[in-house]
Design a protein around this ligand. Structure first.
Ligand code: GLY
Length: 357
């Protein structure tokens, strides 16, 4: 009999896992009742070294592996659905406004080098040759050619198209009520309520503006007077400016301070931004974990025993959900099919010590 798989959560992780499971011939239903997805707020930077901390080498290996899978994942999804997902490989400029900011860029370059990611220092002039609309006051920076991007909203639309008829609008509040051979919990910040796992919301506010012509080719990861900001250009002129990182529980209010914190450095680095209409201010809740690593694998304990079949978790991707999508989908689909944890997944198991100490 065909294995029946229930995926709880219709963000980019849940849908990608579901798609890979459908491709393996499984009978898949996605339960998705939430309009508030971190995926729809995310800018979609695919940057395997930029947002990790010391001691997170295991995660860094996952990020690099998944970044390598993105071109194929995007091409396959586009071919399956006819929907362009905005994969762009022009790379990222790290840009500093002041001498202090340049020190921060150089520190980040060191992180890239230790992670084996290419990065080349650039003078202010070289930066402006690449991006003429950057402020003449920028001090210097670097080029990270492997930091690419995808448009998460387009990816979501494409995945929903690929899963046509398999996504139902139904809220799951208790895993015991899900009738499936395997249930995959990919519920982002809703994971804690369903499983008891320590996934917490980390608030991120973003501003979207629309320029008449795309003002940039590269992503800008900038620092202006010690304030970090990123500017992610889409081909249609949209520019995503992000993002705050706030520990405020499930609060999703938009605050003046956050908008200032984003727009001030954005305007210092790219003065023309003040001319562009604001098209959207959005808030997302990233699913954070105590060790900043995702949670991938079989759930154990009372909640797992109360279900009809096996319960797996694919959650806690924190700042790297979009980047980690192709790898997560491949690993979890393999685990669903074989019942055996694929190589490399064990350090991210739901019962690992680092989640509970
Ligand atoms: N990865 C971008 C962010 O979390 O803001």
């Amino acid at each position: 009999m065909t294995t029946r798989v229930a995926v709880v959560g219709g963000g980019i992780i849940g849908l990608a896992v579901a798609w890979r499971c459908v491709q393996r011939g499984l009978d898949v239903t996605v339960f998705d009742a939430s309009d508030e997805k971190a995926t729809t707020v995310a800018a979609g930077m695919l940057a395997p070294a930029a947002e990790i901390h010391a001691g997170e080498e295991e995660v860094q290996r996952l990020l690099a592996d998944s970044a390598g899978r993105w071109p194929q994942f995007a091409a396959e999804l586009e071919k399956a659905t006819g929907i362009e997902v905005g994969y762009r490989d022009e790379g990222t400029l790290l840009v500093a406004l002041t001498d202090d900011d340049l020190r921060e860029v150089r520190r980040l370059c060191g992180v890239y080098e230790r992670a084996g990611q290419p990065v080349h220092e650039l003078t202010a002039r070289e930066l402006r040759e690449r991006e003429p609309l950057l402020s003449p006051r920028v001090r210097g920076g670097a080029y990270a050619p492997q930091d690419h991007q995808v448009d998460p909203r387009r990816v979501l639309t494409a995945l929903r198209t690929a899963l046509k008829g398999r996504v139902v609008t139904e809220m799951v509040t208790d895993l015991a009520g899900v009738d499936a051979d395997v249930t995959v919990v990919a519920a982002g910040v809703g994971t804690r309520a369903l499983t008891g796992l320590p996934v917490r919301p980390v608030k991120g506010q973003t501003v979207r503006v629309t320029a008449p012509q795309p003002p940039l080719r590269h992503i800008i990861r900038g620092y202006a007077r010690n304030r970090p900001v990123y500017l992610v250009p889409r081909r249609d002129g949209e520019l995503v400016i992000g993002a705050t990182e706030e520990e405020r529980g499930f609060d999703t209010s938009i605050t003046v301070g956050a908008v200032l914190d984003l727009l001030r450095p954005a305007a210092e680095l790219l003065p023309e931004v003040v001319e562009y209409p604001v098209s959207e201010i959005a808030v997302g809740l990233r699913p954070g974990t105590p060790d900043n690593a995702p949670i991938l694998g079989a759930l154990k304990g009372d909640i797992a025993d109360s279900g009809h079949g096996r319960i797996l978790v694919a959650s806690g991707h924190y700042r790297n959900g979009v980047l980690l999508t192709p790898l997560t989908a491949d690993l979890v689909a393999e685990l669903v099919t074989s019942g055996v944890s694929p190589q490399g997944i064990t350090p991210f198991a739901p019962d690992r010590e680092a989640l509970w100490t």
